[in-house]
Design a protein around this ligand. Structure first.
Ligand SMILES: O=C([O-])C(=O)C[C@H](O)[C@@H](O)C(=O)[O-]
Length: 304
């Protein structure tokens, strides 16, 4: 057992700011455990409610099983007693089960279940996939609607009935009707997370939908600004929200939108610019250009 029950994890992710640490790679693109430890020790005191190791921003999609174990073990060990660790897990059903069980073995407090791999599937097929993963572990599971995984409220209700340890829903789709329907139909059965890339831009809208919690990738390189934004939005300080949207998050998302995959690449570029480099991104991601890095440096300077 992870030491945190699924219901305790549901409470933890039901408030505060969440984040997805970058995964450190060395110049050869191999996992850099020391850099990762330094990163987690730098970020932990900023007060995130939980950190998602090997998530999307952590390039889960580029990891292989052996390094996955090292990454989760490193995160759990480094953050023990400081901040809960939720592990990314995904791929085919059997791969997702293997990752979920390994995360549980390594002491993670739950998983964020990433979308299944490659093939289109109907709702019943996705339900079978998610149910199999939930039943393969004892700790809490958060299901991530994103890309191929597009569960509807009817089928989330089926999963809620069958899987007591399914305790969270993360939205990476951004369809208002789907989100409102899920929030109203599932009520307090789940904790809900806004997880669109650059979540701050959507935070006010999601808060109005009854989803006040979100995960911040920008926290990886401007943690003080990310926390300042979260505190402003959670206290109704609209002037500060508007100031940071105008000065940072809207110029940032405009730069991020220049290329597919930049949702992660721009975060690594930001970390390098503030002196906490996590090394290169792995293919199929690409690095920002020198001109884009200069633009990002100016955006960071406007708030830090
Ligand atoms: O998988 C991921 O890394 C995410 O979806 C979380 C990010 O933190 C996203 O919410 C963002 O970019 O702000």
């Amino acid at each position: 057992m992870s030491g945190i029950t699924p219901q305790e994890l549901k409470s933890i992710i039901g408030e505060g700011l969440l984040s997805f640490p970058l995964t450190d790679f060395d110049a050869n693109g191999d996992f850099n455990a020391k850099g990762y430890i330094d990163r987690l020790e730098w970020l932990a005191p900023y007060g995130a409610s939980a950190l998602f190791a090997a998530g999307g921003t952590g390039e889960f999609f580029s990891l292989e099983p052996n390094e996955y174990s090292d990454i989760i073990r490193t995160a759990v060990t480094t953050c023990k007693g400081k901040v809960p660790i939720i592990a990314g897990a995904g791929g085919s059903t059997r791969q997702a089960i293997a990752y979920a069980q390994e995360a549980e073995r390594q002491g993670a407090h739950g998983i964020l279940l990433m979308p299944h791999y490659l093939t289109e599937a109907n709702q019943n097929g996705v339900v079978a996939h998610v149910e199999a993963v939930c039943k393969s572990v004892d700790f809490g599971v958060i299901v991530y609607n994103r890309s191929l995984c597009r569960l509807e409220a009817d089928h989330l209700e089926v999963l809620a009935e069958r899987c007591p340890n399914l305790i969270g829903y993360k939205d990476g789709i951004g369809e208002i009707e789907r989100m409102v329907t899920i929030r109203r139909r599932l009520g307090d059965r789940f904790s809900y997370l806004g997880g669109l890339p650059t979540a701050e831009v959507f935070a006010s809208a999601y808060r109005a939908l009854g989803v006040p919690v979100y995960s911040s990738a920008a926290f990886n390189f401007v943690p003080a600004t990310a926390m300042r934004f979260y505190k402003a939005i959670s206290t109704g300080d609209q002037d500060t929200v508007n100031e940071l949207l105008d000065k940072f998050f809207l110029p940032y998302i405009k730069l991020r939108n220049r290329s597919a995959g930049y949702a992660v690449s721009i975060v690594k570029a930001g970390a390098t610019l503030v002196g906490h480099s996590a090394g290169p991104v792995r293919p199929p991601l690409t690095e920002l250009t020198a001109e884009e890095r200069d633009i990002l440096a100016g955006i960071i300077k406007a708030v830090e």
